[in-house]
Ligand binder design. Structure first.
Ligand SMILES: [Zn+2]
Length: 508
């Protein structure tokens, strides 16, 4: 080898002077450095998420529109102005505002509220901007984040939206999960070792800007009571799981998620998430009636997240599920890797065995929703985004459809999904009255007549900013291409596969 190099030197370089060799080497080095810099720049640029949707206006007027506050009022040929993020009704103050004649002869409704969502953690993939936009693209202008698994998800989205880095909904958050004992199922979990810890936890949540306590697993009745008392002192709401060791009527969680606890604790065949969703075999008429009575007696609110059960049924045909029209919006790491029933995270491995009981349970859940509604109990629409095939925004529309299928009149479902749950989060949120926060949806057709009109959305107003549908769609497409094509896809898939293999998530 050495001899060959020497020969090369003799033959080709021998005649060259030392100085010209140095100059040539310098050129090569500079060229190489330039190439690497360009390559680095290209890679860096490829990894950056696209720019978010542009706002069309934040001081504007809609004229000759039908303003609908579901079940409250319907005002045809109305004028509605938005200024400084607030709604102004009446025609006398329209001067100076940007007009959108294309948006005349439309139907204006309040934005949708998802009462149980989870934002994505702030990873190098940078999903916050895209997920925030997906909520808006489907008309969801407020979300209640029901637990931030690592503590990065809510700050990343909130800061991005508030700094104008990307478009997104209002975020009301619970922050960490609050559990009664180790082990922590999520890194961002506060433990109530003793009931008196509740005070410290509630106070810290308020300090951090959260509005609810996510009561989670392993809490005793005594600890739940302590959390409720501390929450009342600090103006927080307690939402959460009925812990698997307790039943609905024992835990008395003020805002129960997923109908956990409806099957008695002893009727769960195992303490596993799939059993908790699907083991409804012992839930009969008498049990449903007892749940309704307990709910009324204690003023319990329910957020059943029916769509998260409904979407699990897509596992009947996993290959088709990956091509579902909402699922194809997501980066492939979720459908292809994380939710893969064979090689994904352990939760869903036995899903095949659970499908028949899951379907039966869902029928009973729909029955319970309509019983609660007829009894006058409060039922809220939430989705549990981040669960398999539960896509931000799209899933709230599906939850609405499930409520309608359960037997609740469509306009009532609109009232629930907008002002009824909105007002519990912020004064006048979801109302279209003078001075109310400006979160609006503009439709070509009246969506209180048919949910098919959801597809005729032409503009979304979120936090007072107007986004036109075309711009939102184009931006969604840019994000989709970014996450599903090219370098990000190529890099993220193998990393996700490795991470899932080493996953510390235990099999609950
Ligand atoms: Zn959840």
């Amino acid at each position: 080898m050495k001899a060959e190099v020497n020969l090369f030197h003799e033959r080709f370089l021998g005649s060259l002077s030392r100085a010209s060799i140095d100059a040539a080497m310098r050129k090569v080095a500079i060229g190489l450095a330039l190439f690497l810099a360009l390559l680095g720049g290209w890679v860096f640029q490829q990894l950056q998420p696209p720019k978010s949707a542009r706002t069309a206006a934040d001081d504007f007027v809609l004229t000759d529109v039908t303003v609908i506050e579901p079940t409250l009022s319907r005002d045809p040929k109305a004028t509605l102005r938005v200024v400084n993020g607030r709604i102004q009704r009446g025609s006398e103050r329209i001067g100076g505002a940007m007009a959108f004649p294309d948006l005349s002869h439309t139907y204006v409704l309040p934005g949708l509220v998802d009462m149980h969502a989870h934002l994505p953690p702030d990873t190098p993939l940078k999903l916050s901007g895209y997920y925030s936009l997906l909520f808006l693209a489907h008309g969801v202008t407020t979300i209640r984040d029901a637990g931030d698994p690592d503590g990065t998800a809510v700050p990343a989205a909130r800061e991005g939206i508030e700094d104008g880095e990307f478009a997104g909904p209002r975020i009301v958050s619970c922050g960490p999960f609050v559990a009664g004992a180790e082990p922590r199922r999520w890194p961002n979990t506060e433990i109530v070792d003793e009931p008196q810890d509740a005070e410290r936890i509630a106070s810290a949540l308020v300090q951090a800007g959260h509005s609810c306590i996510k009561a989670y697993e392993d809490l005793s009745v005594e600890k739940i009571e302590a959390l409720k008392a501390a929450a009342a002192r600090h103006g927080l709401r307690v939402i959460g799981h009925v812990p698997s060791q307790l039943s609905y009527e024992e835990a008395l969680i003020p805002d129960v998620q997923h109908f956990f606890g409806v099957p008695r604790a002893e009727s769960l065949k195992r303490d596993h998430v799939l059993n908790r969703i699907a083991d409804w075999q012992d839930v009969d008429d008498a049990r449903l009636e007892l749940i309704v009575q307990t709910t009324l007696e204690h003023g319990i609110i329910n957020t059943p997240t029916l769509v998260s059960s409904h979407r699990l049924l897509l596992y009947r045909d996993y290959e088709a599920a990956k091509n579902d029209r909402a699922v194809v919006l997501l980066p492939r790491i979720f459908p292809d890797v994380v939710w893969n029933p064979v090689s994904g995270i352990p939760y869903w491995k036995e899903i095949g065995d659970f499908l028949p009981s899951l379907e039966e349970a869902l029928t009973k859940k729909l029955d319970l929703v309509v019983r609660l509604y007829h009894a006058g109990a409060k039922v809220q629409l939430g989705t549990d985004t981040q669960q398999p095939f539960v896509v931000p925004g799209a899933s709230l529309q599906e939850e609405m459809l499930l409520f309608v299928q359960a037997g609740i009149p469509l306009e009532e479902v609109w009232a629930m999904a907008t002002w009824k749950q909105g007002q519990t989060l912020m004064p006048d949120l979801g109302r279209l009255t003078d001075g109310a926060p400006a979160d609006l949806l503009v439709f070509r057709e009246d969506p209180t007549q048919s949910l098919e009109a959801l597809g005729t959305l032409v503009a979304v107003v979120a936090r007072g900013k107007l986004y036109l549908r075309d711009e939102v769609d184009r931006t969604v497409e840019r994000y989709r291409t970014h996450f599903r094509g090219g370098l990000v896809d190529k890099i993220s898939l193998p990393i996700a596969r490795r991470k899932v293999k080493q996953s510390v998530l235990r099999d609950y």
